[in-house]
Design a binder for this molecule. Sequence first.
Ligand SMILES: C[S@@+](CC[C@H](N)C(=O)[O-])C[C@H]1O[C@@H](n2cnc3c(N)ncnc32)[C@H](O)[C@@H]1O
Length: 222
Amino acid sequence: MEIYLKEDQIATKNLSPGLRVYGEKLIIENQLINDSEVETEYRLWNPYRSKLAGALLNGMSKLNLKNDYKILYLGASTGTTVSHISDIIYDGLIYAVEFSPVTMRKLTRLADHRQNIAPILADANKPKNYISLVEKVDFIYCDVAQPNQSGIFMNNINLFLKEEANGLITIKARSIDVSKNPKKVFKEEEKKLINRGFRILEKIKLEPYEKDHLALLVEKIL
Ligand SMILES: C[S@@+](CC[C@H](N)C(=O)[O-])C[C@H]1O[C@@H](n2cnc3c(N)ncnc32)[C@H](O)[C@@H]1O
């Protein structure tokens, strides 16, 4: 998985050089490749803006997004995290599902500059509505911050994930139950996944970047 360390932070190689997505810092380096100087541009990946960056900085090690992966991303928003995944899977494709039309406008503008993002205006609760648009994928990322988010995640996995592939869900305890102890919410969400035939591969808390959030990397057992 192509992630780089720059200025003590993580970064991805910019697929659309010269363009920032959310005000992130760009770093340009000159490298000698086959005797000619080539300019490479990196984008610093802010863990306070992207939970995936937070999970990686907090030690997630089993995630391996390959450059030709097909990915279904649920809760794409304006594309902050989508854009870094787009840098990583430069030969692949991200089906980016978002249900807010206002947010979708910004996501569509991002996709204008990146051939590997296919924005889909749809409710992730109703995956059959986009079944004709999405092929079987290598990875599903779910960040919808909804009370029924693990149900949304599992239903999409059952329809779209290839066999023996993985998915990642971020769990925001307060979106599920503000009054409950986050630890209890996390245990209950994990149990739902295990009962439906998923194996938890990695469990990473997102503090200090996000309070009371957990990232779970899972695999569907056949
Ligand atoms: C926490 S934000 C996602 C941030 C984004 N993943 C990132 O890191 O850049 C959650 C997003 O999920 C979207 N969302 C919530 N419920 C949804 C649903 N049922 N279907 C599609 N999108 C949904 C919201 O509109 C919001 O943009």
